[in-house]
Design a binder for this molecule. Structure first.
Ligand code: UD1
Length: 424
């Protein structure tokens, strides 16, 4: 038995107020990895203090990079990097560690990265990362559970991703910045985090065309310089609080410091579900008074509906009028939250990759277990709507991507506190 943190939540709650949104974890991670591409200092402002970023910082320090974290700014310098073999104990905590592969290989000609193992939300292989780097001339083998990659100097290549991959696009892009010659990547991910990375790499002196489109053309350069770059707002954190505001009767929640243009598919979906929204450029307010209508959704790569908001959307739909189907097309096993929601009284049936949510169920508090990052947020949302007390266990998943969630919710008037419980 070990002591683990959990959330104790007393519902139902009505929320009112504003939430300041953090920088996007999913951009901060590749931005930190990109700092390995140069000897010069890289400053990343608006860096979110979430666990995943702490983990990556520890990995970089272990490789020999200098990292200082002052308020929201990460000052990184990879000049002292002597190792290219991050340890399994840190890498296993976060699949995004694979983002080190491209930069280490491009800059040092070698990388040894423990293979990401099983993952709660599906297989999540890295075959496209490997295939793309092999096209660029890398030798990659698996030895003792590690990906071992070497290359004298990567060579420009053409590669078409068979399927859209966010970190795969980011990895190959970073690798191509220092390769010899031209790289053309097709069927690239177009997530705002990927586009922000193209802008950051360009600020470091990389030559990239096609930012924000599905085809990226990179002309390799000999070396990159440092830069200061601001992390874009976390659209998934913003979406989580907006859906919460929409599902809790009588609530009025505003998110600030956002790019509303990055949230279009969610905002369209919410407007269609009858939610009253006030959309400014960097502030969005939602009012739950009119009640929520059930609306079906299918997850898809950006600009489609984000898989990272699927669990939270299901939580919201449990409180909607009518029946909504939610189809998950990105990951094959991303419905673990459904079983926990059912224990709280939600009426949901699963058939393959589709969840059918019959809204209007009266949820009741129960002890539940978080299984992954976004599933944790979904359980917190359901608990805030439920009658009585809920204990959400294993919130270390949640802390990987949400900064001070309980404090932000308390400020909105929620009955939630962080407690320590015995667990396994
Ligand atoms: C990123 C995000 C994650 C989000 C996901 C999809 C980061 C740090 N994480 O994860 O929050 O849920 O995008 O929007 O940005 N695949 C393969 N082979 C590969 C790579 C991916 O088959 O080599 C598959 C995956 O199993 C999945 C799909 O492609 O089915 C998309 O995954 P991908 O976009 O790569 O997800 P991540 O980049 O890991």
């Amino acid at each position: 038995m070990v002591a683990l943190e959990a959330f104790e939540i007393q519902g139902p709650c009505r929320l009112e107020g504003e939430v300041a949104i953090e920088g996007a974890k999913n951009f901060a991670l590749p931005a930190v990895a990109a700092s390995l591409l140069t000897d010069s200092p890289v400053r990343i402002t608006n860096a979110p203090k979430v666990q995943d970023l702490h983990t990556l910082v520890r990995i970089l320090q272990g490789l020999g990079a200098a990292v200082e974290w002052e308020d929201g700014t990460l000052a990184l310098r990879a000049r002292g990097v002597r190792r290219q073999d991050p340890p399994y104990d840190l890498v296993r905590r976060m699949r995004a560690s694979v983002l080190l592969l491209g930069p280490l290989l491009a800059r040092f000609g070698r990388a040894r990265i423990p293979l990401p193992g099983g993952c709660a939300i599906g297989q999540r292989p890295v075959d496209m990362h490997i295939a793309g780097l092999r096209h660029m001339g890398a030798d990659i083998a698996v030895e003792h559970g590690d990906l071992v990659a070497t290359a004298k100097r990567l060579k420009g290549a053409r590669y078409t991703f068979p399927k859209v991959t966010v970190t795969g696009t980011e990895n190959l892009m970073m690798a191509a910045t220092l390769a010899e010659g031209t790289t053309i990547l097709r069927n690239c991910a177009q997530e705002p985090e990927v586009t922000a990375l193209t802008r950051m790499l360009a600020a470091m002196g990389a030559r990239i065309e096609g930012a924000g489109t599905s085809t990226l053309t990179l002309e390799g350069v000999k070396e990159l310089q440092g830069c200061t770059f601001d992390v874009i707002p976390d659209r998934i954190e913003a979406g989580t609080y907006l859906l919460l505001g929409a599902m809790l009767a009588g609530s009025r929640v505003a998110v600030t410091g956002v790019h509303s243009g990055d949230l279009t598919s969610l905002l369209d979906q919410m407007a269609d579900a009858g939610v009253s929204l006030e959309i400014g450029r960097d502030r969005i307010a939602v009012t739950a008074n009119e009640g929520l209508a059930a609306r079906s959704v299918v997850t898809a790569p950006y600009p489609g509906f984000a898989t990272d908001l699927q669990a939270q959307y299901i939580a919201a739909m449990t409180q909607a009028a009518g029946v909504a189907t939610v189809e998950e097309t990105i990951f094959e096993n991303r419905f673990q939250h459904v079983m926990e929601l059912q224990r709280m009284g939600a009426d949901i049936t699963l058939s393959g990759r589709t969840a059918v949510v019959r809204g209007g169920a009266r949820l009741s508090g129960a002890p539940v277990m978080a299984s992954d990052l976004r599933a944790s947020a979904c359980l917190v949302m359901a608990a805030l709507a439920a009658d009585g007390a809920t204990l959400v266990r294993r919130i270390y998943h949640l802390d990987r991507g949400y900064f001070h969630m309980e404090k932000k919710l308390q400020a909105l008037g929620a009955g939630i506190r962080r407690v320590t419980v015995e667990g396994v």
